[in-house]
Write a protein that binds this ligand. Sequence first.
Ligand SMILES: Nc1ncnc2c1ncn2[C@@H]1O[C@H](COP(=O)(O)OP(=O)(O)OP(=O)(O)O)[C@@H](O)[C@H]1O
Length: 286
Amino acid sequence: MTQPPAPLPADPLLPVRLRDGAVSIEGRPVLRHVDLTVGAGDFVALMGANGSGKSTLVRALTGLRPLTAGRLELFGTTLDEFRSWERVGYVPQRTGAGSGVPASVWEVVASGRLTRRRLLRPLGREDRAAIADALEVVGLADRAKEGVSSLSGGQQQRVLIARALAGQPELFFLDEPTAGVDLPNQHALAESLGRLRERGATIVLVAHELGPLASLVDRAVVMRDGRVAYDGPPLADHEVHHPDFGEAHSHHHTAHEHRSRHDHVPSVSASLAAHDHHPDHREGRR
Ligand SMILES: Nc1ncnc2c1ncn2[C@@H]1O[C@H](COP(=O)(O)OP(=O)(O)OP(=O)(O)O)[C@@H](O)[C@H]1O
C-alpha cells in the first residue's frame, strides 16, 4: 500500500515544491513520481524527448492541469490555498500568437497587466511604466504600435514574454520559448531572460536544446517517460538526446543541497553565449 507523502514544513522561500507528483490524462499516466524543487532565483531548464511530459509538468505547476497525486506548493502555500497568481507568469507554447488577432504589440503586453490592476480601473501611471519596461526588456519598445501579426515568430514570442513580464511576476514558466525561433532572435530572447534573471526572477523553461540559453541555465531537469531522469548541472545537448540516457544519470537534489550548489559552472557547450551576440543581428531592429 502506498502512503501519501508526509507534508514537509512550509517554506515560503521556495517558489516551487512538488513531491511525488502524478498526472493521468484519460486514464493514462503521463507524469509519475515527480519530485521537483525550484529555489528563488534558480534558472531551470526542463528537457527531454517529445512526449516525455515537459509541457504537462509546466501545466501542472501552474495549476492548469490538476495533479492526480502528490503535493504541490508555490511559495510555501499548497496549490488549493494559493491565491497570489500575480507572482506567477506563464508563457505558453507559441501557436501563432498574433495570427488573425488585430492587436498591437502594446495591447497584447498591456493585457498582461490585468492581474495587477484593480477591477475596471483605467491603466495608471504604474501600469504604463510596467508595460514600457516589459517592452524595453524584450527589445521591442520601438515596435509597440505595430500589429502583432506583422512580427516574425521570434518577435511574437518576445511579445508573449513581455506580456507575462508586465504583470511583474517573480516566478516565470516558459514553454519552449525558442521553438521555431531563428538564431538571432534566440540570442535576443536569451538577453531578455538574462535581464530577468539579473532582477532576481525565478525561471523554469522547457527547451529541447539550450542553444544561446546555455550560459544562463544553472540546472537541467530531464524528463523521460513521465519521470525525472536527471536533475543536476546542465548537460550538453547531445547528452540529453543520447539513447542510453536514463536512470544511471539520476541525481536528485534536496532543496538544501540545491541551495548550496549555486556556484557551479554549467558544463554545457556554450559556444553561442548570449554576450557574443551583436545587437545589430537582432531581427527587426532598425
Ligand atoms: N490533452 C492531452 N490529451 C491526451 N494526451 C495528452 C494531452 N496532453 C499531453 N498528452 C500526452 O502526454 C504525454 C506527454 O505530453 P507532453 O506534451 O507533456 O510532452 P512534452 O515532453 O512536452 O512533449 P513535446 O516536446 O512534444 O511538447 C504525451 O504522450 C502526450 O501525447
